[in-house]
Design a protein around this ligand. Structure first.
Ligand SMILES: [Zn+2]
Length: 316
């Protein structure tokens, strides 16, 4: 680990955000290193159940990069939604609002709206590059990045196994990245991680992708030790596969399959009756070249309509 790395140079500031009666406020912690030049924000944990992998990637990035490579300013936000992280839930329990639908926030709103406002003012404002790290979470693994119009080189630099154009979703400007894009920043959004044996390796890959994006944006100087971006497979707008009824999910493909492409008809998993083990529904790959963007790698309980797979036709 380099001695004079970003981790040694970063300044952490905790900003109080109004919360519940037990603690009055919760700290939102923003790290800053460098000053002037191009400004980048790397955020993780906007969804509280997706956080540890992105936060780990930020930690690996700060440990790996020498401070003398810094050309601009790097801001990091490893735990963007502290109360949601505490609950291992997508949203904070106080108001159950999706932080990634609350930007630019409201200083006179509820907890999550105040949190969005704080992030906007104290981390997002003035950023030339914003990268938002999400993951499959405690219940799934995923392996893709969104490609935004005008930020194509950022998606390429990230080098996720799969890339999908963000344009098929119409989120307005209420997500962190769409708000940043509306403010003129280059943006990248990563959906990679989740509970598995691979999570350390995935965090390293995310960190390398973010580092390449920071080099592209002029925040970091290039480094010969940084691997080139792996080629990504571009995919069509995705389809979510959901069960029509509740039951026990039995996977047929594991975590290693996420980010790969499988032939049409490949058995992905089954929904079985919790008492009789009778097969209720079967999930198979729906496209000729089915890209596995998100999957559930473990036996689990499912309710009707639960997101079980995210798949897309791969452009190969
Ligand atoms: Zn998310």
């Amino acid at each position: 680990m380099p001695e004079h790395n970003l981790a040694a140079a970063v300044t952490w500031r905790s900003i109080s955000v109004g919360s519940g009666a037990a603690s009055a406020t919760v700290p939102l912690t923003v790290g800053t290193v460098g000053g002037g030049g191009k400004v980048a924000l790397v955020a993780a944990g906007v969804h509280g159940d997706e956080g540890p992998w992105g936060a780990l990637a930020i930690s690996k990035l700060l440990a790996r990069v020498r401070a003398d490579r810094l050309l601009g300013t790097l801001r990091v936000l490893p735990v963007a939604n502290p109360l949601a992280m505490q609950q291992n839930a997508r949203c904070a329990p106080l108001d159950q609002l999706d932080l990634n639908r609350c930007f630019p926030g409201n200083p006179d709103g509820s907890h999550t709206e105040m949190l969005a406002d704080t992030i906007t003012r104290r981390a997002l404002d003035g950023a030339d590059l914003v990268i938002d790290l999400h993951g499959g979470g405690s219940w799934a693994v995923n392996a893709f990045a969104f490609r935004f119009a005008g930020s194509e080189p950022i998606a390429a630099a990230i080098g996720a196994p799969l890339i999908v154009d963000h344009g098929y979703r119409d989120l307005g400007q209420v997500s962190l990245t769409t708000q940043a894009k509306a403010r003129g920043a280059q943006v990248g959004a990563v959906e990679r991680g989740g509970h598995s044996q691979e999570e350390g390796e995935w965090a390293l890959r995310i960190a390398q992708g973010v580092e390449r994006a920071l080099v592209h944006a002029g925040v970091l100087a290039p480094d010969a030790g940084l691997p080139a971006a792996p080629a990504s497979i571009h995919v069509q707008p995705p389809r979510v596969l959901r069960p029509k009824q509740g039951g026990i999910f039995h996977p047929a493909v594991g975590a290693q399959a996420v980010g790969t492409v499988v032939p049409e008809g490949t058995l992905l998993g089954e929904l079985r009756h919790p008492v009789t083990n009778e097969t209720l529904e079967v999930f198979t790959a729906p496209f000729g070249h089915t890209a596995l963007m998100l999957l559930r790698p473990m036996l689990c309980v499912l309710e009707a309509g639960a997101m079980t797979y995210v798949v897309a036709e791969a452009d190969i």
